[in-house]
Design a protein around this ligand. Structure first.
Ligand code: F6P
Length: 365
């Protein structure tokens, strides 16, 4: 085996946590340390730790025994060193945050920075690449909305949690003849609602990519009642939009939410269904349950594969890339191809079609 291009690298987790982060840290670290003898610097709390120089040299006991542990042993934050338009954020102690990052990168003797994160993280990673740093990204998020990869780690675990919750709602909905609304996360994408909705047998699935009409929803609920099914389950993505809302600008949508004074989409939907039908409805907002606990076996495997692939890139000195899943292969995509793009559910996605084929309503017919 030839000499490794990377002697020392830093590793951080950034953005919202998800199951599988520790499995991925373990994957990178075990392969980089065990196979290539690299030094690993663990950076605390995402980019905030790199700005403040909060870091420590990791030893094998740090990355052993963490495969099944939820959360992240490194801590995370939503710190964004660059503004939305790519400009550097205000200075800390006379320097901009990216300047502080570059200084600490040098001080810590890093040859590369490995970042585990979502869309925001990969945008930052690409900007740091443009600033001359070597960066490698690993795609994590329960939202599965990172461009360039078929799946992110964290998504499968969250889908399992949401599916179990839908299963539990089924029995109580059945007993009481109620309409149960379950709101799942997903940010601006409908992946989690679509997959858990199909897996949990949701009767109506509402995702941001397919704006709904309340008439379509109520008609479907009434049709089910006429067919002798007096209870229904609605799986709604937190970012789902009615046809009217979809026409509004982002700012006007925010204003409307504030004016309506409704905590979240699930409750907004309840109000609309109550008004239009008088059916008995209940709302469950699953929230951060979806991000907690041990990763599913699928996520453990995916995170380990991503981690070891990242170690291989470090060894070869192939920087400036994000590891991604394409078919059943792990590939590396240039960060500039990924950054700033969102992977939404195509309206003709095979699972949307499958669901429609079994009579699932998306609120658009
Ligand atoms: O991106 C992951 C995610 O859980 C989204 O699904 C959700 O919209 C958001 O993060 C919640 O963020 P926070 O943990 O900051 O409340």
């Amino acid at each position: 085996m030839g000499k490794s291009a990377t002697r020392t690298f830093g590793i951080l987790t950034s953005g919202g946590d998800c199951p599988g982060l520790n499995a991925a840290i373990r994957g990178v670290a075990k392969a980089a340390y065990g196979m290539y003898d690299m030094n690993i610097v663990g950076i605390s709390d995402g980019f905030r730790g790199l700005i403040d120089g909060e870091a420590h040299l990791m030893i094998p006991s740090d990355f052993s025994g963490i495969l099944t542990r939820g959360g992240t042993i490194l801590g995370t934050s939503r710190e964004k060193p660059f503004k939305k338009n790519g400009a550097m954020t205000d200075s800390t102690e006379g320097r901009s945050k990216p300047e502080a990052i570059k200084e600490n990168y040098r001080k810590l003797g890093l040859d590369c920075l490995v970042v585990l994160g979502g869309n925001g993280t990969h945008k930052t990673a690409n900007l740091l690449k443009q600033e001359g740093l070597n960066v490698i990204g690993l795609p994590k998020t329960i939202d599965n909305d990172i461009y360039g990869t078929y799946m992110t780690f964290g998504f499968h675990s969250a889908m399992e949690i949401a599916t179990e919750a839908i299963d539990r709602l089924h029995t109580t909905a059945d007993s009481h003849n109620r309409v149960m609304i379950i709101e799942v996360m997903g940010h601006r994408a409908g992946w989690l609602a679509l997959y858990s909705g199909v897996a949990g047998g949701g009767d109506i699935i509402l995702i941001p990519e397919i704006p709904y009409s309340i008439d379509s929803i109520v008609n479907h609920l009434m049709r089910r009642e006429r067919d002798g099914k007096p209870f229904s389950i609605i799986v709604v993505a937190e970012g789902a939009l009615s046809r009217e809302e979809a026409k509004l600008s982002k700012e006007d949508r925010k204003k409307k939410l504030k004016k309506d004074n409704i905590p979240s989409k699930g409750y907004a939907l309840k109000r609309e269904i109550d008004k239009a039908s008088g059916m008995e409805t209940r709302v469950t907002v699953l929230g951060h349950q979806q991000r907690g606990g041990a990763p599913s076996p699928f996520d453990r495997i995916l995170a380990t594969r991503f981690g070891t692939a990242a170690a291989e890139l470090l060894y070869q000195g192939k920087y400036g890339k994000m590891v991604a899943l394409e078919g059943n292969k792990i590939v590396a995509k240039p960060l500039e191809e990924i950054a700033g793009k969102l992977k939404l559910v195509p309206t003709d996605h095979f699972l949307v079609q499958t669901a429609r084929n079994i009579g699932t309503c998306f609120g658009d017919d």
